[in-house]
Design a protein around this ligand. Sequence first.
Ligand SMILES: [Ca+2]
Ligand SMILES: [Ca+2]
Length: 488
Amino acid sequence: MQIRTYIIAILLFAFLIICSLPVICDEAASAPASAAVEVKEPAKAPEEAKPAPAAEVAPAKPSALSAPDTATVTNTSEQQPRIVAISDITPDTNIFRRTPKIDGVVDDGEWDVYYSYSADGIEITTYANWDTDNLYFAAKSDKPVDFLALLDANCDGWYNGEDNYEFRVVRASEGPSKMIVNRYDSRNARTPTASAVTAEEASLVEMKSSTKDGVMSIEMRIPANLVRNFKIRDGRRLAVLLTARTGSDEAAWIASGSPGDTKELTLVGKKFASLQPLELGFDLRDSRIARGDELVAKFHLTNTGAEALDVRSYVIAGEGKAGGYLSSQKVRLEGLPSRKHLSKEIRSVIPQDMPLGSWALGAEVNTADSKLGGALVSFEVVEPFELSLRVPTDVVKSTVKDVTVGVVITNNTRGRVRGEAMVTMPEGWEIWKDEPKRGFSAPSKGFTSVLFKVKPPLGASGRIPVKMGVALGGKTLEISGDFVMANQ
Ligand SMILES: [Ca+2]
Ligand SMILES: [Ca+2]
């Protein structure tokens, strides 16, 4: 009989928030143990989102930061080295909206931890995030591993329908790890088996891995449009299993590699963790903000208790990688009286070089020597203006008198914008009234379309290229495409 000790590092969601802002991270290390942290659902969580069971959100005591929960387990079988049950893995089932960079390196502040795990001489952390268009999964391990992500996108049971996917990253004997993407579809099968997706579908999934100083990182981006009818949005539920193995057989997956062990998750855009009776809130004027525009947020803190709280300061700042792009504020207080509500607005211009995608704004509330709570809210950085081309999607008969082409201009800024659109057609085409340029005005956070009637030359056929130039806000954008004409 062999005694094995293993440690499950329970995800300390509260600590993650609190320690990700460098301003007070140093203080966190010296924070004394205090009462249990209460983890709350996002303020604007959808109605169907029920509170996660306590075991899942792991409202751990700060003292566990330095001394993770430990357990001694007796292993009765020499042939069965892995003794970790799936119930021992405690992921954070609220998946936060944030866009990581898929470059094969899991950077500090880039991802949100799904669970951390340490046993049998391996230390591994898995990560999960989402944004407007994608799901993201990653793992970072001190040993070379294979990585497995199982996705039941509709959260209706594995094998049920065609929404079930398996993403396997397998080490190669030489060179980088390879990815295999399989779909399990029960529609026409009694016992569904893995069927590889098409090469085109597989190419939609982005995966990069690397090993540096003995640490292996695997990062994966799964576009939502890989899964038919999958609408990715705040409050969406889905089921996932993330695991890894140092060995190569199916029994070697940490805890479980079985589809039956997928875990139900919720995609969220806000997270809160605070000690009672402190309650936090975080609101954004806009959740999509154009480069050059201002991020405007309001942070709320309320003492719902009967006694004053020893709140000495709070900090609002870009969280994780956003810290380098946004301004931050630290506010000092002399305690928060009973029933008192405070709110603070913060404004920060989104710099032109901030990468597009979803980011986090964070806030933390502190006493003189410990944390009382933290909050995260996600926002998306978008281009000020976006163009999309309008050309016929069906084949156009060569005999038509004219064709309508155009451009849709989306204005993501907070001001109305005026500009000019210009169409360029191949030689021989005529533009109605000989006016290739037209002025337009696009409303704030809205769109407008500019259409042109163009007349084909006699016998025009094949692919007809169309180019649109749009001058607005001091710059010129271009978009091009084509449509098809045929003699019939
Ligand atoms: Ca990365
Ligand atoms: Ca399913």
